[in-house]
Design a protein around this ligand. Structure first.
Ligand SMILES: Nc1ncnc2c1ncn2[C@@H]1O[C@H](COP(=O)(O)OP(=O)(O)O)[C@@H](O)[C@H]1O
Ligand SMILES: [Mg+2]
Length: 60
C-alpha cells in the first residue's frame, strides 16, 4: 500500500445548541508516494480536521 486516497470524506462536529458544524464535505484527494503536498486555506476551513482524520486521530 502506498500514498493516500480519499473519496467523498465528510466530518461534522456537534455544537452545544444541538446543531452540527460541517467541517468537511465531499473531500476527494489522491496523494502518491513521495509526493509533497501543501494544504492551504483560510482559518476554519478544515485543514487540521483533515490531517487528524488521515493520521487516524479522528473518525471521518
Ligand atoms: N473538536 C472540535 N469540536 C467542534 N468543532 C470543531 C472541532 N475541531 C474543529 N472544529 C470546527 O471545524 C471547523 C474546521 O476546523 P479546523 O479543522 O480546525 O480548521 P483549520 O485547521 O483549517 O483552521 C471549524 O468550524 C472548527 O470550529
Ligand atoms: Mg488548523
Amino acid at each position: 500500500m502506498s500514498g493516500v486516497t480519499i473519496r467523498n470524506l465528510g466530518k461534522a462536529f456537534p455544537k452545544e445548541d444541538g446543531t452540527m458544524t460541517q467541517a468537511l464535505e465531499g473531500v476527494n484527494l489522491d496523494i502518491r508516494d513521495e509526493e509533497f503536498i501543501c494544504l492551504v486555506g483560510p482559518s476554519g476551513c478544515g485543514k487540521t480536521t483533515l490531517l487528524r482524520i488521515i493520521a487516524g486521530l479522528e473518525t471521518a
